[in-house]
Design a protein around this ligand. Sequence first.
Ligand SMILES: Nc1ncnc2c1ncn2[C@@H]1O[C@H](COP(=O)(O)OP(=O)(O)OP(=O)(O)O)[C@@H](O)[C@H]1O
Length: 287
Amino acid sequence: MKAITVKNLQKSYGTNTVLKGISFSVNQGESFALLGVNGAGKTTTLEILEGIRCYDEGEIQIKGKIGVQLQSSSLQGNIKVIEAIRLFSKWNGCKVDAEYLNRLGIDQLKNKQYKELSTGQKRRLHLALSMIGNPDILFLDEPTAGLDVEARVQLHEEINCLKDQGKTILLASHDMTEVEQLCDGIAILKDGEIAFIGTTQELILSKHRINLLQVSFSSDIVIEKLNSCTYMGTQENYSLFKTENLADCLVEISQLAIAQSVSILDIKTQQDNLEKRFMDIARRVKE
Ligand SMILES: Nc1ncnc2c1ncn2[C@@H]1O[C@H](COP(=O)(O)OP(=O)(O)OP(=O)(O)O)[C@@H](O)[C@H]1O
């Protein structure tokens, strides 16, 4: 069942059209990432779905109670953590759950003032606040931005825990490692449109994936016109080829070697990683 369905969502700020009719859906219990370079429209999309920005056209369906962590969440500096939690609990008509605070590592912070918290502790508090009232769907806008490795890992564990509880999560991020660890599905926003939608694995395997092939031949080989790959030159006894179709390239190079009675001594391949695939798509000039 779909928890979030977005159809043909359009949004302009004056003459700047940020969303040109995007559509995507998120299944119940799925964690889904909106990716894109700065200014691609991630926050705009999330905040429209959260109901705090208006949109021009489109259809939005959200099934379940939502919890929100904004990109630039902030609280009044003197408020104590426990006071903030009581306040949010009151708004949500629920009691403070001590066991839950403990699990999110908030318990030991409860008597600190907001201004005394580190960035990581503030993020953890905002995640905890977004969970008050036991929402079914969480909107997280760059939840780990600005955190060090340890704080990021801790927050990832907390988000994974929420995932295990069956929460639906929609998050905006630039961080591909984060997305790979946390998300089942992704959509890459580019120029107001969705340039890619699928799983992280599908992103790696999607078209335009570039493979670099290094081949060591037993003796010199004449490299004529190749159909499936481009010859890039020779480096330390390895001939380098670039291809989008690894299988065809291997066949073609083998045939070339056989035709010239040259043996292949070694083959190494190198594939694009997720980060590179994301940058290729997010920055690719429209084809
Ligand atoms: N309130 C606003 N008024 C006018 N333009 C805005 C407003 N908010 C965002 N924009 C513009 O909309 C575009 C998308 O911004 P948005 O914040 O949604 O992108 P983003 O993908 O979340 O970026 P980032 O990764 O930097 O947070 C940008 O060109 C931005 O300048």
